[in-house]
Ligand binder design. Structure first.
Ligand code: UT7
Length: 334
Protein backbone atom coordinates (compact mmCIF):
# COMPACT_ATOMS: atom_id res chain seq x y z
CA UNK A 1 0.00 0.00 0.00
CA UNK A 2 1.29 3.48 -0.84
CA UNK A 3 2.20 5.88 1.97
CA UNK A 4 -0.63 8.19 2.96
CA UNK A 5 -0.12 11.78 1.85
CA UNK A 6 -0.91 14.86 3.93
CA UNK A 7 -3.80 17.18 3.15
CA UNK A 8 -3.75 20.94 3.83
CA UNK A 9 -5.11 22.19 7.14
CA UNK A 10 -6.67 25.62 7.22
CA UNK A 11 -8.00 28.12 9.71
CA UNK A 12 -11.47 27.56 11.18
CA UNK A 13 -12.75 30.74 9.51
CA UNK A 14 -11.54 33.70 7.45
CA UNK A 15 -12.08 37.46 7.73
CA UNK A 16 -11.23 40.74 6.07
CA UNK A 17 -8.51 42.20 8.29
CA UNK A 18 -8.20 45.67 6.74
CA UNK A 19 -8.90 47.76 3.66
CA UNK A 20 -6.96 50.30 1.57
CA UNK A 21 -7.68 52.29 -1.56
CA UNK A 22 -6.22 54.41 -4.31
CA UNK A 23 -8.12 57.04 -6.27
CA UNK A 24 -6.38 58.82 -9.17
CA UNK A 25 -5.98 62.58 -8.68
CA UNK A 26 -7.63 63.62 -11.94
CA UNK A 27 -11.32 64.50 -11.50
CA UNK A 28 -13.35 64.30 -14.71
CA UNK A 29 -16.62 66.19 -14.67
CA UNK A 30 -19.77 65.35 -16.63
CA UNK A 31 -19.17 68.54 -18.62
CA UNK A 32 -15.78 67.22 -19.74
CA UNK A 33 -17.28 63.85 -20.75
CA UNK A 34 -19.99 65.68 -22.70
CA UNK A 35 -17.34 67.37 -24.88
CA UNK A 36 -17.23 64.07 -26.80
CA UNK A 37 -20.79 62.72 -26.58
CA UNK A 38 -24.29 64.05 -27.19
CA UNK A 39 -25.38 64.09 -23.54
CA UNK A 40 -25.71 66.44 -20.57
CA UNK A 41 -24.74 66.74 -16.93
CA UNK A 42 -28.43 66.53 -16.04
CA UNK A 43 -29.01 63.31 -18.03
CA UNK A 44 -25.94 61.60 -16.56
CA UNK A 45 -26.86 62.55 -12.97
CA UNK A 46 -30.47 61.49 -13.42
CA UNK A 47 -29.86 58.19 -15.24
CA UNK A 48 -26.78 56.98 -13.33
CA UNK A 49 -26.20 59.16 -10.25
CA UNK A 50 -22.70 60.11 -11.40
CA UNK A 51 -21.59 63.73 -10.92
CA UNK A 52 -17.87 63.17 -11.55
CA UNK A 53 -15.35 60.34 -11.81
CA UNK A 54 -11.59 59.77 -11.58
CA UNK A 55 -9.46 58.85 -14.58
CA UNK A 56 -5.90 57.62 -14.15
CA UNK A 57 -2.98 59.46 -15.70
CA UNK A 58 -0.58 57.94 -18.23
CA UNK A 59 1.79 56.81 -15.48
CA UNK A 60 -0.99 55.23 -13.39
CA UNK A 61 -1.67 51.60 -14.31
CA UNK A 62 -3.74 48.77 -12.88
CA UNK A 63 -0.54 47.56 -11.23
CA UNK A 64 0.60 50.91 -9.76
CA UNK A 65 -2.89 51.69 -8.45
CA UNK A 66 -3.12 48.17 -6.99
CA UNK A 67 0.23 48.49 -5.26
CA UNK A 68 -0.75 51.85 -3.74
CA UNK A 69 -4.04 50.44 -2.39
CA UNK A 70 -2.32 47.26 -1.21
CA UNK A 71 0.34 49.10 0.76
CA UNK A 72 -2.36 50.93 2.72
CA UNK A 73 -4.33 47.74 3.40
CA UNK A 74 -1.20 45.87 4.54
CA UNK A 75 -0.17 48.70 6.85
CA UNK A 76 -3.68 48.83 8.34
CA UNK A 77 -3.66 45.04 8.84
CA UNK A 78 -0.17 45.09 10.37
CA UNK A 79 0.97 42.52 7.79
CA UNK A 80 4.37 42.70 6.09
CA UNK A 81 4.74 41.78 2.39
CA UNK A 82 6.71 38.62 3.19
CA UNK A 83 3.68 37.29 5.11
CA UNK A 84 1.44 37.33 2.01
CA UNK A 85 0.92 33.86 0.59
CA UNK A 86 -1.31 34.75 -2.35
CA UNK A 87 -2.03 37.92 -4.31
CA UNK A 88 -5.31 37.99 -6.23
CA UNK A 89 -6.17 40.92 -8.47
CA UNK A 90 -9.69 41.19 -9.81
CA UNK A 91 -9.42 43.20 -13.00
CA UNK A 92 -10.48 43.26 -16.63
CA UNK A 93 -8.26 46.16 -17.70
CA UNK A 94 -4.68 45.00 -17.06
CA UNK A 95 -3.09 45.65 -20.47
CA UNK A 96 -0.92 42.53 -20.65
CA UNK A 97 -2.17 39.12 -21.73
CA UNK A 98 0.63 37.80 -19.51
CA UNK A 99 2.20 38.13 -16.96
CA UNK A 100 -0.64 38.98 -14.61
CA UNK A 101 -1.15 42.26 -12.77
CA UNK A 102 -0.79 40.26 -9.56
CA UNK A 103 2.74 39.14 -10.55
CA UNK A 104 3.67 42.75 -11.35
CA UNK A 105 2.31 43.91 -8.00
CA UNK A 106 4.12 41.10 -6.15
CA UNK A 107 7.41 42.56 -7.33
CA UNK A 108 6.32 46.16 -6.70
CA UNK A 109 5.29 45.71 -3.06
CA UNK A 110 8.18 43.48 -2.04
CA UNK A 111 6.33 40.16 -2.07
CA UNK A 112 8.05 38.52 -5.07
CA UNK A 113 7.67 34.97 -3.73
CA UNK A 114 3.89 35.15 -3.18
CA UNK A 115 1.62 33.08 -5.43
CA UNK A 116 -0.01 35.54 -7.80
CA UNK A 117 -2.87 35.51 -10.29
CA UNK A 118 -5.63 37.69 -11.73
CA UNK A 119 -9.34 37.01 -11.48
CA UNK A 120 -11.35 37.80 -14.61
CA UNK A 121 -14.95 38.20 -13.52
CA UNK A 122 -15.52 41.83 -14.52
CA UNK A 123 -17.60 43.82 -12.02
CA UNK A 124 -18.17 40.68 -9.93
CA UNK A 125 -14.41 40.13 -9.68
CA UNK A 126 -13.92 41.40 -6.13
CA UNK A 127 -16.73 39.24 -4.73
CA UNK A 128 -15.40 36.25 -6.72
CA UNK A 129 -11.92 36.89 -5.34
CA UNK A 130 -13.24 37.16 -1.80
CA UNK A 131 -14.90 33.75 -2.12
CA UNK A 132 -11.61 32.30 -3.38
CA UNK A 133 -9.58 34.02 -0.65
CA UNK A 134 -11.84 32.67 2.08
CA UNK A 135 -11.57 29.13 0.63
CA UNK A 136 -7.78 29.42 0.50
CA UNK A 137 -7.51 30.52 4.13
CA UNK A 138 -9.98 27.91 5.35
CA UNK A 139 -8.63 25.24 3.00
CA UNK A 140 -5.05 25.72 4.18
CA UNK A 141 -3.42 26.93 0.96
CA UNK A 142 -2.83 30.41 2.40
CA UNK A 143 -2.68 32.19 5.74
CA UNK A 144 -2.88 35.70 4.29
CA UNK A 145 -4.36 36.61 0.92
CA UNK A 146 -4.00 40.11 -0.53
CA UNK A 147 -7.12 40.71 -2.63
CA UNK A 148 -7.32 43.78 -4.85
CA UNK A 149 -9.99 45.07 -7.22
CA UNK A 150 -8.37 47.45 -9.71
CA UNK A 151 -9.40 48.96 -13.03
CA UNK A 152 -8.23 51.50 -15.56
CA UNK A 153 -11.45 51.46 -17.55
CA UNK A 154 -10.75 54.87 -19.09
CA UNK A 155 -8.13 53.18 -21.27
CA UNK A 156 -10.67 50.70 -22.69
CA UNK A 157 -13.64 53.02 -23.12
CA UNK A 158 -14.47 54.75 -26.39
CA UNK A 159 -14.78 58.39 -25.29
CA UNK A 160 -17.18 58.96 -28.20
CA UNK A 161 -19.56 56.10 -27.32
CA UNK A 162 -22.37 57.68 -25.35
CA UNK A 163 -23.54 54.33 -23.96
CA UNK A 164 -20.28 53.85 -22.01
CA UNK A 165 -18.19 57.06 -22.01
CA UNK A 166 -19.87 58.66 -18.98
CA UNK A 167 -20.07 55.59 -16.78
CA UNK A 168 -16.67 53.88 -16.51
CA UNK A 169 -13.77 55.10 -14.36
CA UNK A 170 -10.54 54.14 -12.60
CA UNK A 171 -9.26 53.21 -9.14
CA UNK A 172 -8.18 50.37 -6.85
CA UNK A 173 -9.37 48.93 -3.55
CA UNK A 174 -7.53 46.30 -1.53
CA UNK A 175 -8.26 44.02 1.41
CA UNK A 176 -6.18 41.56 3.41
CA UNK A 177 -7.98 38.29 4.13
CA UNK A 178 -6.63 36.15 6.97
CA UNK A 179 -7.54 33.58 9.62
CA UNK A 180 -10.37 34.06 12.11
CA UNK A 181 -11.69 32.18 15.13
CA UNK A 182 -15.27 33.20 14.35
CA UNK A 183 -17.26 33.28 11.06
CA UNK A 184 -16.75 36.62 9.27
CA UNK A 185 -17.41 35.86 5.58
CA UNK A 186 -20.63 34.04 4.69
CA UNK A 187 -20.95 31.34 2.00
CA UNK A 188 -20.82 32.90 -1.44
CA UNK A 189 -23.88 32.92 -3.69
CA UNK A 190 -22.51 33.08 -7.21
CA UNK A 191 -23.30 32.17 -10.76
CA UNK A 192 -24.04 33.73 -14.10
CA UNK A 193 -26.03 33.75 -17.31
CA UNK A 194 -23.76 32.77 -20.17
CA UNK A 195 -26.65 33.26 -22.59
CA UNK A 196 -26.19 37.00 -22.09
CA UNK A 197 -22.52 36.91 -23.07
CA UNK A 198 -22.95 39.75 -25.56
CA UNK A 199 -24.59 42.19 -23.11
CA UNK A 200 -21.15 43.54 -22.15
CA UNK A 201 -18.39 42.77 -24.59
CA UNK A 202 -15.41 44.17 -26.48
CA UNK A 203 -15.88 45.78 -29.90
CA UNK A 204 -13.23 43.33 -31.19
CA UNK A 205 -10.64 40.94 -29.80
CA UNK A 206 -6.85 41.24 -30.14
CA UNK A 207 -6.69 38.92 -33.16
CA UNK A 208 -9.42 40.85 -34.95
CA UNK A 209 -7.59 44.08 -34.10
CA UNK A 210 -4.48 42.66 -35.81
CA UNK A 211 -6.44 41.28 -38.81
CA UNK A 212 -8.10 44.69 -39.23
CA UNK A 213 -4.71 46.38 -39.54
CA UNK A 214 -4.56 47.75 -35.97
CA UNK A 215 -7.21 50.22 -36.96
CA UNK A 216 -9.87 50.73 -34.26
CA UNK A 217 -8.64 49.98 -30.76
CA UNK A 218 -10.81 47.42 -28.91
CA UNK A 219 -13.20 49.09 -26.46
CA UNK A 220 -15.87 47.92 -24.05
CA UNK A 221 -19.35 47.85 -25.51
CA UNK A 222 -22.47 47.52 -23.41
CA UNK A 223 -26.18 47.02 -23.91
CA UNK A 224 -27.00 49.12 -20.85
CA UNK A 225 -30.73 48.44 -20.82
CA UNK A 226 -30.22 44.66 -20.99
CA UNK A 227 -27.74 44.69 -18.10
CA UNK A 228 -29.93 47.08 -16.12
CA UNK A 229 -33.00 44.81 -16.46
CA UNK A 230 -31.01 41.71 -15.48
CA UNK A 231 -29.37 43.41 -12.50
CA UNK A 232 -32.63 44.74 -11.11
CA UNK A 233 -34.56 41.49 -11.54
CA UNK A 234 -31.88 38.93 -10.65
CA UNK A 235 -29.66 40.64 -8.05
CA UNK A 236 -32.52 41.07 -5.57
CA UNK A 237 -32.95 37.28 -5.58
CA UNK A 238 -29.18 36.82 -5.26
CA UNK A 239 -29.05 39.22 -2.30
CA UNK A 240 -31.93 37.41 -0.59
CA UNK A 241 -30.17 34.06 -1.06
CA UNK A 242 -26.98 35.58 0.27
CA UNK A 243 -28.69 36.83 3.44
CA UNK A 244 -30.27 33.42 3.89
CA UNK A 245 -26.90 31.68 3.43
CA UNK A 246 -25.45 34.02 6.07
CA UNK A 247 -28.32 33.18 8.42
CA UNK A 248 -29.38 36.81 8.88
CA UNK A 249 -32.12 39.13 7.62
CA UNK A 250 -31.95 42.58 6.02
CA UNK A 251 -32.69 44.06 9.47
CA UNK A 252 -29.42 42.61 10.78
CA UNK A 253 -27.32 44.54 8.26
CA UNK A 254 -25.09 47.49 9.17
CA UNK A 255 -24.22 48.28 5.54
CA UNK A 256 -25.24 47.49 1.97
CA UNK A 257 -22.33 47.73 -0.46
CA UNK A 258 -23.47 46.71 -3.95
CA UNK A 259 -21.28 47.08 -7.04
CA UNK A 260 -21.44 50.75 -8.01
CA UNK A 261 -23.03 50.27 -11.45
CA UNK A 262 -25.86 52.76 -11.30
CA UNK A 263 -27.63 54.47 -8.39
CA UNK A 264 -30.99 53.47 -9.89
CA UNK A 265 -29.99 49.77 -9.72
CA UNK A 266 -29.01 50.30 -6.07
CA UNK A 267 -32.36 52.03 -5.38
CA UNK A 268 -34.27 49.15 -6.99
CA UNK A 269 -32.39 46.61 -4.88
CA UNK A 270 -33.09 48.56 -1.67
CA UNK A 271 -36.81 48.53 -2.50
CA UNK A 272 -36.86 44.85 -3.48
CA UNK A 273 -35.00 43.81 -0.31
CA UNK A 274 -37.13 46.02 1.94
CA UNK A 275 -33.92 47.41 3.39
CA UNK A 276 -34.61 49.62 6.44
CA UNK A 277 -33.82 53.30 5.78
CA UNK A 278 -31.42 53.39 8.71
CA UNK A 279 -28.93 51.07 6.97
CA UNK A 280 -26.11 52.96 5.21
CA UNK A 281 -25.87 52.21 1.49
CA UNK A 282 -22.78 52.71 -0.69
CA UNK A 283 -23.15 55.67 -3.07
CA UNK A 284 -19.53 55.93 -4.06
CA UNK A 285 -20.56 56.02 -7.73
CA UNK A 286 -21.59 59.68 -7.34
CA UNK A 287 -17.99 60.92 -7.29
CA UNK A 288 -16.15 57.79 -8.44
CA UNK A 289 -18.15 56.45 -11.40
CA UNK A 290 -18.37 52.75 -12.15
CA UNK A 291 -14.96 51.21 -11.43
CA UNK A 292 -16.01 47.60 -12.07
CA UNK A 293 -14.01 45.21 -9.83
CA UNK A 294 -12.69 48.11 -7.75
CA UNK A 295 -16.07 49.56 -6.81
CA UNK A 296 -16.92 47.43 -3.76
CA UNK A 297 -13.57 47.71 -1.94
CA UNK A 298 -13.32 51.43 -2.82
CA UNK A 299 -16.77 52.06 -1.35
CA UNK A 300 -16.08 49.90 1.73
CA UNK A 301 -12.83 51.69 2.44
CA UNK A 302 -14.40 55.13 2.12
CA UNK A 303 -17.43 54.26 4.28
CA UNK A 304 -15.23 52.79 7.02
CA UNK A 305 -12.83 55.75 6.94
CA UNK A 306 -15.66 58.27 7.23
CA UNK A 307 -17.26 56.40 10.12
CA UNK A 308 -20.45 55.90 8.11
CA UNK A 309 -20.37 52.16 8.77
CA UNK A 310 -19.17 50.40 11.93
CA UNK A 311 -16.06 48.26 12.31
CA UNK A 312 -17.34 44.79 13.19
CA UNK A 313 -20.73 45.35 11.54
CA UNK A 314 -22.36 43.15 8.88
CA UNK A 315 -22.16 44.30 5.26
CA UNK A 316 -23.99 42.73 2.32
CA UNK A 317 -21.87 42.76 -0.84
CA UNK A 318 -23.05 41.98 -4.36
CA UNK A 319 -21.03 42.23 -7.57
CA UNK A 320 -22.42 41.75 -11.08
CA UNK A 321 -21.28 42.35 -14.62
CA UNK A 322 -19.88 41.06 -17.91
CA UNK A 323 -20.37 37.39 -18.56
CA UNK A 324 -22.96 37.89 -17.25
CA UNK A 325 -21.71 36.84 -13.80
CA UNK A 326 -22.53 37.68 -10.20
CA UNK A 327 -21.36 36.94 -6.64
CA UNK A 328 -22.62 37.99 -3.22
CA UNK A 329 -21.71 37.43 0.41
CA UNK A 330 -22.14 39.01 3.84
CA UNK A 331 -18.92 40.07 5.57
CA UNK A 332 -18.01 41.27 9.01
CA UNK A 333 -16.43 44.67 8.45
CA UNK A 334 -12.79 44.99 9.57
O1 UT7 B 1 -20.91 47.58 -14.23
C1 UT7 B 1 -21.18 46.53 -15.08
C2 UT7 B 1 -22.61 46.37 -15.26
N1 UT7 B 1 -23.14 47.53 -15.92
C3 UT7 B 1 -24.28 48.03 -15.50
O2 UT7 B 1 -24.82 47.55 -14.54
C4 UT7 B 1 -24.89 49.15 -16.29
C5 UT7 B 1 -26.37 48.98 -16.34
N2 UT7 B 1 -27.02 49.93 -17.20
C6 UT7 B 1 -27.15 51.23 -16.89
O3 UT7 B 1 -26.67 51.67 -15.87
C7 UT7 B 1 -28.01 52.09 -17.78
O4 UT7 B 1 -28.58 51.28 -18.76
C8 UT7 B 1 -27.26 53.27 -18.43
C9 UT7 B 1 -26.93 54.30 -17.37
C10 UT7 B 1 -25.99 52.77 -19.11
C11 UT7 B 1 -28.14 53.94 -19.47
O5 UT7 B 1 -29.35 54.38 -18.86
P1 UT7 B 1 -30.76 53.96 -19.44
O6 UT7 B 1 -31.77 54.62 -18.60
O7 UT7 B 1 -30.82 52.47 -19.54
O8 UT7 B 1 -30.74 54.60 -20.88
P2 UT7 B 1 -31.33 53.98 -22.20
O9 UT7 B 1 -30.26 53.23 -22.91
O10 UT7 B 1 -32.62 53.28 -21.91
O11 UT7 B 1 -31.67 55.27 -23.02
C12 UT7 B 1 -32.75 56.15 -22.63
C13 UT7 B 1 -32.76 57.34 -23.57
C14 UT7 B 1 -32.73 56.96 -25.06
O12 UT7 B 1 -33.45 57.96 -25.75
P3 UT7 B 1 -34.96 57.74 -26.23
O13 UT7 B 1 -34.94 56.54 -27.10
O14 UT7 B 1 -35.74 57.52 -24.95
O15 UT7 B 1 -35.31 59.02 -26.91
C15 UT7 B 1 -31.27 57.05 -25.42
O16 UT7 B 1 -31.10 57.30 -26.77
O17 UT7 B 1 -31.57 58.11 -23.34
C16 UT7 B 1 -30.81 58.19 -24.57
N3 UT7 B 1 -29.42 58.12 -24.18
C17 UT7 B 1 -28.71 59.17 -23.78
N4 UT7 B 1 -29.04 60.47 -23.68
C18 UT7 B 1 -28.09 61.31 -23.23
C19 UT7 B 1 -28.63 57.02 -24.11
N5 UT7 B 1 -27.43 57.35 -23.67
C20 UT7 B 1 -27.44 58.68 -23.47
C21 UT7 B 1 -26.48 59.60 -23.00
N6 UT7 B 1 -26.87 60.90 -22.89
N7 UT7 B 1 -25.24 59.26 -22.63
Amino acid sequence: MSAQIKAPEGAPFARILATGSFRPARVVTNEEVCENIDSSDEWIRERSGITERRWAGDDETVATMSAAAAEKALAAAGITPDQIDVILIATCTHPYQTPSAASEVAAMIGAPTAAAMDVSAACAGFAYGLAMAQDMVRGGSATYVLLIGAEKLSAWTDKYDRSTAFIFADGAGAVVVGPSQTPAISPVVWGGDGNQLQAINMTQNWLEFKENGFDTFPAISMNGQQVFRWAVSEMARVCRESLEAAGITADDLDAFIPHQANNRITDALIRALGLPESIPVARDIVTTGNTSAASIPLAMDRMLASGEIPHGGNALLVGFGAGLVFASQVVTLP
